[in-house]
Design a binder for this molecule. Structure first.
Ligand code: FES
Length: 103
């Protein structure tokens, strides 16, 4: 199901993650090299706020206990197996820059 986000692509700042709430979910969203990626915003370990983590390339590091996720896939790094992986969402960008994700 496609759900429209309350922000547009023009609201995003390159490599600056943010959280939006939509459809009862907390969604982590970030733009890297003009591409927009989204996944669950709450870390699968103990719910850390991933939008406050450090971004290194395509990897976001949870600010609480350091689990590392690839924002493109939601997969956790083998070096931080205490994270279980995040649900990634496919992002669509409309003609006017409106953003939607598929749950
Ligand atoms: S809550 Fe994210 S690594 Fe523990």
């Amino acid at each position: 199901m496609a759900v429209k986000l309350p922000i547009k692509k023009s609201d995003l700042v390159e490599k600056k993650p943010q959280r939006v709430s939509v459809g009862g979910k907390n969604v982590f969203i970030v733009m890297i090299d003009g591409n927009v990626y989204a996944m669950d915003a709450l870390c699968s370990h103990r719910g850390g706020p991933l939008e406050n983590g450090a971004l290194d390339g395509y990897n976001i590091k949870c600010p609480w206990h350091g689990a590392i996720y690839d924002v493109r896939t939601g997969k956790v790094s083998p070096s931080t197996p205490w994270g279980k992986g995040q649900a990634p969402y496919k992002v669509s960008v409309g003609a006017s820059g409106e953003l939607s994700i598929d749950f």
